[in-house]
Design a protein around this ligand. Structure first.
Ligand SMILES: NC(=O)c1ccc[n+]([C@@H]2O[C@H](COP(=O)([O-])OP(=O)(O)OC[C@H]3O[C@@H](n4cnc5c(N)ncnc54)[C@H](O)[C@@H]3O)[C@@H](O)[C@H]2O)c1
Ligand SMILES: [Zn+2]
Length: 433
């Protein structure tokens, strides 16, 4: 550690997700039986039982995009709240049959945003009607600005008019915003009705649709109002990515890179070798990378559904990232872009604290540069940034908690009480073109 005062470290929880044998070990918290269960889960993945491996540098097949793509199913094991994530092209047209097999009662409203309603609302509606369901599309303007209680309130009006019962379900169709809003409506209407997540952005495919966190923003902060409400199924139609803006694809890719850094160095390397195809949302590559990510997220959620410990590792890049996002009024950066910048800053913070080796920082920087994330330094002071971070809901007893890589695929959660080391990381960050 050079050029900075030695930081004061509070005792921290250490979460190791070891690659390549993929053992999740939560020190001082979980018993051996639980560890063994995770070990065998990842051992199954290593045997390729879920079409997991995409050999690095693999050439794109010449067959039609969907010809070689096997169906992937990942179970999120949460006892009576368990559900299956299905990844395959064409699922948008099969939502009705999944709702039927899950035993949903009519009516089954579709909640989405206006853009996705236009693109896919009609197809989902047809599919539900063909399966015999009464349905209607309830939509709101696209974007984060709609993720608030007034939208939910209008949705309740729509639901009351349609009169779904406890055994009716609803469909959350779209990116993370409709997923979070519709999920929150499902969690609260009639004290909870079932719902299916049908994500249509890369970010929603690999992150927000899995794990049951639902909610809305408040003027005082992002995601301040919410609930845990697991879906009954997640249906990921990889074809939907074909209509998504490339900037949105890159934003979703940041969460994939995050999963590689926190949990799986093989994933990180595979993403790096296939970056151009991923940025084009190539169906073949996405058909393998998306289930791989769902499996990582499901593995974490199964161990810590309500974020009492391990689940915090998913926040790598988000402490800096959220502060930058909110201080720039959610206008300048897409969430994933802010997370990309946050990952680089947090890796550099880890390096300053003597925890993150230089090659790991270099690897993270290189992939982010290669993917052309906006990594220039925003015009924000260290004090404004610290203020923003301290307002975050994840602050505990005034200490900021960071997820810091200790090797590729392995992180620790570290409480930092000496704010100078954070100031110095920010002040020394020179931005990258
Ligand atoms: N619940 C969780 O665990 C969790 C995790 C991560 C992020 N999130 C939340 O997710 C949200 C961000 O999600 P997002 O990035 O998906 O944003 P989003 O839902 O706003 O979608 C981004 C844009 O893409 C458009 N779009 C969606 N699918 C499309 C398609 N197939 N073709 C063309 N356009 C399409 C949307 O209309 C929107 O304009 C944030 O609110 C964040 O807090 C939640
Ligand atoms: Zn995120």
């Amino acid at each position: 550690m050079q050029g900075c005062a030695k930081p004061r470290l509070a005792p921290h929880d250490s979460y190791d997700i070891l690659s390549p044998i993929h053992v999740i070990r939560v020190k001082n918290r979980l018993n051996l039986a639980e560890d063994s269960c995770i070990l065998s889960m990842f051992a199954a993945l290593d045997r390729g039982e879920n079409n997991r491996a995409l050999p690095s540098g693999r050439k794109k097949p010449t067959k039609p995009m969907t010809a070689n793509i096997p169906q992937s199913e990942i179970t999120v094991g949460l006892g009576e709240r368990s559900y299956v994530i299905t990844v395959r092209p064409g699922l948008i047209d099969r939502v009705g049959s999944y709702a039927q097999s899950l035993g949903f009662h009519s009516p089954v409203p579709i909640i989405t945003d206006d853009t996705v309603a236009e693109l896919y609302g009609g197809r989902v509606k047809n599919s539900l009607e063909q399966a015999g369901f009464e349905t209607a599309v309830l939509s709101f303007p696209a974007g984060e600005a709609s993720k608030h209680l007034q939208t939910v309130s209008r949705l309740y009006d729509g639901l009351v008019a349609l009169k779904p019962e406890r055994k009716s379900g609803l469909i959350a169709l779209g990116g993370g915003v409709p997923g979070d809003v519709a999920g929150f409506a499902a969690a609260t209407y009639l004290r909870g009705i079932p719902f299916i997540q049908v994500p249509t952005t890369l970010l929603a495919d690999v992150d927000s649709s899995v794990g049951g966190k639902v909610g809305v923003d408040h003027p005082g902060g992002k995601n301040l109002i919410g609930a845990f409400h697991q879906p009954k199924a997640v249906l990921i139609d990889t074809d939907a990515l074909q209509t998504l803006d490339p900037r949105q694809i890159r934003a979703g890719l940041a969460e994939i890179i995050k999963h590689g850094v926190i949990a799986d160095s093989d994933l990180f390397q595979t993403v790096r070798s296939n970056l151009d195809l991923l940025l084009k949302a190539d169906g073949y590559v996405c058909g393998r990378i998306i289930p791989w990510n769902c499996r990582i997220k499901a593995g974490v959620v199964e161990r810590d559904e309500r974020e009492s410990g391990l689940r915090a590792i998913l926040n790598f890049g988000h402490t800096f990232g959220h502060a930058v996002e909110s201080l720039t009024g959610y206008q300048t950066y897409l969430h994933g872009e802010a997370v990309a910048l946050g990952m680089l800053l947090e890796a550099q913070l880890g390096q300053k604290m003597g925890l993150t080796p230089a090659p790991v920082v270099d690897g993270i920087r290189d992939i982010l540069v290669q993917a052309r994330y906006p990594l220039q330094k925003p015009g924000l002071s260290a004090e404004a940034l610290l203020d923003g971070m301290l307002r975050d809901k994840k602050v505990e007893k005034g200490a900021l908690r960071f997820v810091l890589p200790v090797e590729m695929g392995k992180v620790v959660v570290q409480a930092v009480t000496d704010l100078n080391v954070i100031r110095e990381t920010w002040n020394n960050y020179n931005g990258l073109e």
